[in-house]
Design a protein around this ligand. Structure first.
Ligand code: ADP
Length: 340
């Protein structure tokens, strides 16, 4: 609603500029036309004066009248021109107001969208921060009221608090990462081997995979791109971590890196829970988590991983898309341009 005021303000400025120009042009048109008119009529009078008319054949009163007539004609034409220009300006004011409002809206829409995204983000982040804090507070209060609190209870409380602190830590880490990837200047782009990046990322999630006895099939061609290695490792850690998180035990995950049709393609395919078609358009949004009891209750996360992953891909001028069938699995496909 507060944007309505901004629309009107911008519209006013646009209209003021248009009207300023229109009035300047109108004055110029008026001056030029008035000048032309009087020169034209002067020329006419001169021609008439030069005609070999005998003054005595003419009514002596005609000449002064003719001069008066000429002046009246100039006045009348000038007045008509003034009125016409006034109406044209009114018309311009009317149409420019409508068009300016439309353009003001178009100009401010992206800013409005960015601001409401920012508001949503702040609200979501505060909510996520408050949840573990509220849980910790409730537990501490209950335990403090307990007069017979023993060491076992206190240890249980501290353990549970530690879990909440770990959650808060991982949330603030994710938020910091997100902030650092907002600016391209934080990255340094050098020639990096994508196969090496994938192996490094795999190394970071290997222990999680072996806990669930998940096997990997890797098919990696030796391909390099121009990129920032730490962020690329981060990207693939997020995707591999997700495919492990959302896969059942003893399943398989395939990683493929190849060059195809002048592009470099990385595919990460799992046989996990999959993503519903209705969730697919939103999974790259910040804080979005697919609303299934499976992912909500058992699997930790804040819905920030994929939005960070998408940002990293964008910083490398690549694209990321996902194909998924519920209960069958998901495939994330990342495409980069070739090194020139
Ligand atoms: P998080 O995993 O922390 O919830 P992400 O941003 O990484 O957040 O993922 C967003 C959502 O996308 C997840 O909550 C999950 O529902 C879905 N998702 C991501 N990767 C996969 C995958 N490999 N298999 C199934 N669902 C996935």
């Amino acid at each position: 609603m507060h944007f309505e005021k901004a629309y009107l303000k911008l519209t006013f400025f646009y209209v003021a500029i248009i009207m300023f120009l229109s009035v300047i042009f109108s004055i110029a048109i008026y001056n030029i036309s008035a000048e032309e008119l009087s020169t034209g009529l002067n020329r006419q009078t001169k021609v008439l004066n030069e005609l070999p008319l005998k003054v005595d054949t003419m009514d002596s009163k005609i000449w002064p009248n003719f001069e008066q007539l000429r002046l009246n004609q100039i006045d009348e034409s000038n007045n008509r021109l003034k009125i016409n220009l006034f109406y044209y300006n009114l018309l311009i004011l009317f149409f420019s107001s409508i068009i300016s409002y439309f353009f003001a809206k178009k100009t401010l829409e992206p800013i409005e969208e960015a601001m409401s995204a920012q508001d949503r983000f702040t609200a979501d982040a505060s909510h996520e921060l408050r949840t573990p804090l509220a849980a910790m507070r409730a537990e501490i209060e209950v335990n403090l009221r307990d007069k017979k609190l023993n060491v076992d209870d206190a240890t249980k409380l501290l353990r549970s608090n530690l879990e909440e602190i770990e959650k808060l830590e991982s949330l603030s880490n994710a938020l910091l990462k997100m902030a650092s990837y907002q600016q391209e200047g934080n990255l340094s782009f050098l020639e990096v081997s994508l196969a090496e990046v994938l192996v490094e990322a795999y190394g970071k999630v290997e222990s999680l995979a072996s806990k669930k006895s998940i096997e990997f099939e890797n098919e990696l061609q030796d391909i390099s791109i121009k990129g920032d290695k730490p962020s690329l490792v981060e990207l693939f850690v997020i995707l591999l971590d997700n495919s492990i998180k959302y896969s059942p035990e003893k399943s398989r995950i395939a990683i493929k890196l190849k060059s195809q049709d002048g592009k470099i393609i990385v595919k990460i395919k799992d046989n996990g829970v999959g993503i519903k078609a209705t969730d697919l358009p939103y999974i790259f949004n910040r804080f979005y988590r697919a609303d299934t009891s499976r992912s909500k209750e058992k699997i930790n996360g804040y819905g920030l991983g994929l939005s960070i992953a998408k940002r990293i891909v964008e910083l490398h001028k690549g694209s990321i898309l996902v194909k998924s069938i519920p209960n069958k699995g998901s495939e994330f496909i990342i495409t980069f341009s070739k090194l020139k």
